[in-house]
Design a protein around this ligand. Structure first.
Ligand SMILES: Cc1cc2nc3c(=O)[nH]c(=O)nc-3n(C[C@H](O)[C@H](O)[C@H](O)COP(=O)(O)O)c2cc1C
Length: 196
């Protein structure tokens, strides 16, 4: 009886170890697959991005690290066709073809009074949103605003931003129109071990 009890405990212990190991591997594979497959997507179907997916993208953005955990970011969601079209013409004209097609754009802004490192923190937010888009089978692209003064001023004017809130980037999002493949950027020549 005692031997049977010990045997059962061993089976339970081994099974739970195996399960944990399996879970760890699949979590790693899932995360790395998203990172390796992220690519810029600049053409979208007219299908709207669901509210649930928008929420996922925003939550991913807010999960970014920030210096001293100040979180100096502010996110502006553009999902109204008329607003997006106006933004394409008046806010970020250099990317107007993309913005006229995208059903969603998220403007990542930073509070320059709250942190001098707002642009670094907001870059982490932007990348998190791009990764969440990839994980959600959406297409997305980083559209630069900062550090170009003319783009910053036009975006601020179009979105009526207060003077302390500067736009860093716009992420255009939608359901990809066509096939897009990630680039293989692994480069042994850029790896330096222990010294230059
Ligand atoms: C800081 C930054 C600014 C960018 N600005 C633009 C932009 O204004 N317009 C655009 O189409 N893509 C822009 N991109 C996307 C890059 O062109 C793209 O990441 C690069 O070509 C590599 O391709 P991949 O994203 O498919 O790996 C930007 C990316 C970064 C990181």
């Amino acid at each position: 009886m005692k031997q049977l009890f010990v045997l059962m405990l061993s089976v339970i212990a081994i099974t739970s170890c195996l399960q944990k190991e399996g879970e760890t591997v699949s979590k790693k594979d899932a995360a790395l697959s998203v990172i390796y497959n992220r690519k810029s997507v600049r053409s979208y179907t007219s299908q709207a991005v669901s509210k649930k997916d928008v929420q996922t993208l925003l939550k991913a953005g807010f999960s970014a690290p920030s210096a001293k955990d100040i979180r100096p970011w502010e996110l502006i969601v553009l999902d109204d066709r008329a607003v997006l079209d106006k933004f394409a013409e008046e806010g970020l004209r250099g990317s107007r073809i993309i913005l006229h097609e995208a059903p969603l754009a998220i403007v990542i802004c930073g509070d320059t009074v709250k942190s001098t490192r707002w642009s670094l923190d907001c870059s982490a937010v932007t990348e998190n949103i791009l990764l969440a888009a990839e994980a959600s089978d959406l297409g997305a692209v980083w559209l630069a605003v900062f550090p170009w003064r003319d783009r910053i001023e036009r975006v601020m004017k179009t979105l009526d931003l207060p003077p302390n809130i500067l736009p860093l980037a716009v992420v255009a999002v939608g359901h990809p129109k066509g096939e897009f493949t990630p680039k293989d950027k692994y480069d042994e020549g850029k790896i330096h071990w222990n010294k230059w």
